[in-house]
Design a protein around this ligand. Sequence first.
Ligand SMILES: O=P(O)(O)OP(=O)(O)OP(=O)(O)OC[C@H]1O[C@@H](n2cnc3c(O)ncnc32)[C@H](O)[C@@H]1O
Length: 177
Amino acid sequence: MNNETLRYVLGTKNEAKRLAVQKATGIDPICLSVPSGVPAQPMSEQETITGAINRAKAALALAPEAQIGLGLEGGLMYDEAFTGQWYLISVCAAWDGKQLFLGKGLAFPMPKQAIERIVAEKTELSVIMDEWGQTSGSNHRGGAYALLTNDRLNRSDVFCEAVIAAITPYQSRFYTN
Ligand SMILES: O=P(O)(O)OP(=O)(O)OP(=O)(O)OC[C@H]1O[C@@H](n2cnc3c(O)ncnc32)[C@H](O)[C@@H]1O
C-alpha cells in the first residue's frame, strides 16, 4: 500500500483511541461512531476481539475513501489457566476489505474490587476508574492504566502498540499479501 495516500478510518470517536492511531501511523484517522456489536463492557477475550473486528469492518464500510478500517476495543478477561486473575486487554483489528489482522495489546491485572463491582452492579470499568480517580471521561485519556500506574502507562500508548502490530502486515515487505 502507498503510505503517501493511505487513509485509515477508526470506528470510534474516543480521544485516547484517535491519539493511539495518530501516534502509530503519523496520520489523523477519519473517526466514525459505529456499533461494536458486543456488550458495552466486554468480559472475555472473545467478546473484546469480536467488538474490535465489528468496529473495523463497520468503519471501512462507511468510509470508502479509506483503505484500512481500524477497530479498537478494550475489555476484561479472566485467566483461568495460570493466575486466576482478571486482566484488562486492549485489542486492535485492522481490515482492508480482504485481510484481517489483530494486534493484541498489553494484558494488565485488574484489582479484584473493581471486577466485583462491575459484576455486581453491571457497571463499566470506566465508571469505577473515574470514581476512584475522581475524574470524568478518563477512558478518553490515560484510562485505567494511568490511574493504576500513577501515569507510567496510558491508554493511548497501549493501544498504539496494538495498532502498530495490526497494520504492520500491510506495510512491511516481509509479509507477502
Ligand atoms: O468510546 P468507545 O470507543 O466505545 O470506548 P470506550 O472506552 O467507551 O469502550 P471500550 O469498548 O474500548 O471499552 C469497554 C469498556 O471498558 C472500559 N475500559 C476499557 N479500557 C479502559 C481503560 O483503560 N480505562 C478505563 N476504562 C476502560 C470502557 O470505558 C468501557 O466501559
